[in-house]
Design a protein around this ligand. Structure first.
Ligand SMILES: Nc1ncnc2c1ncn2[C@@H]1O[C@H](COP(=O)(O)OP(=O)(O)O)[C@@H](O)[C@H]1O
Ligand SMILES: [Mg+2]
Length: 243
């Protein structure tokens, strides 16, 4: 035996959603970078907030990098789910950073320089980037887009954080992110989606774990709802897919 890989399974990081933790066999493996994809309204931002607040409840420092909602709008969303956003911001456990993808050139610098240094300095345990789909506005071409995404992912890895990137699903292929790239840089992929009942009249929500490195996980599609407390996953009859 050689190398510096720690023995045994990695420690787990709660997602803040009991049923999802169950599907994951205890939570996200610590240090993973996990992509959460879904169409608008499937609960990506809400899940990301729940993930951070599970850490905040343990006294951890967390960062929410918002490319989508304005800071105050995001804070209001969190308050709407009963999350103690004001207390967490006041004592430094939650930092909401707003990156406006419209202000192109300036932000690309911030992302590749300042932000990376910032991540290290802040000593945070959890990070959310919501959503990486908006990073495409920072670059005019595919190569630039790829470079930005890869730089951000490697900065997150070096900082040793557990990370959630959210991404908009491709409306034509809702199991795949719109950029078609994010899947490749992630250690795990959660897909949030709409399902239609057999009569086609009722639309409900269901999620599945598409991949998750270094852990066994459920391979079933589990229904979930968005309640005033956030996402609730019905993890009954979880099938861990071990054969
Ligand atoms: N307080 C609440 N109680 C119940 N459901 C809510 C509440 N606030 C928002 N929602 C639901 O959550 C959805 C938005 O989820 P969100 O996390 O913003 O999705 P996404 O980021 O994927 O677009 C809304 O469309 C609504 O159905
Ligand atoms: Mg959102």
């Amino acid at each position: 035996m050689s190398g510096s890989e720690p023995a045994g399974p990695p420690p787990r990081v709660s997602t803040g959603i009991a049923g999802l933790d169950e599907m994951l066999g205890g939570g996200l493996p610590a240090g993973h970078l996990v992509l959460v994809t879904g169409l608008p309204g499937t609960g990506k931002t809400t899940l990301a907030l729940q993930f951070l607040f599970a850490g905040i409840a343990l006294g951890e420092r967390t960062i929410f990098l918002s490319l989508d909602e304005e800071t105050e709008s995001l804070a209001a969303t969190a308050r709407g789910f009963g999350l103690p956003v004001d207390a967490a911001r006041a004592d430094g456990r939650l930092e909401i950073l707003r990156l406006d993808p419209q202000e192109t050139k300036q932000n690309i610098h911030r992302l590749q320089g300042e932000f990376v240094a910032d991540l290290r300095r802040r000593n945070a345990r959890r990070l959310v980037v919501d959503s990486v789909s908006l990073l495409h506005m920072l670059s005019d071409d595919e190569t630039g887009r790829r470079t930005t995404l890869f730089a951000l992912a490697s900065a997150c890895r070096e900082a040793g954080l557990t990370v959630i990137f959210t991404a908009e699903a491709d409306p034509q292929h809702p199991e795949v992110s719109r950029d078609g790239l994010s899947e490749y840089i992630a250690d795990g992929v959660l897909v949030l989606g709409y399902t239609r009942d057999s009569d086609g009249r009722r639309i409900s929500l269901a999620l599945r774990i598409l991949k998750m490195r270094r852990t066994a996980h459920a391979r079933t599609v589990q229904p979930y709802t968005i309640t005033p407390r956030g996402l609730e996953v019905n993890a009954k009859a979880v099938d861990f897919g071990r054969s």
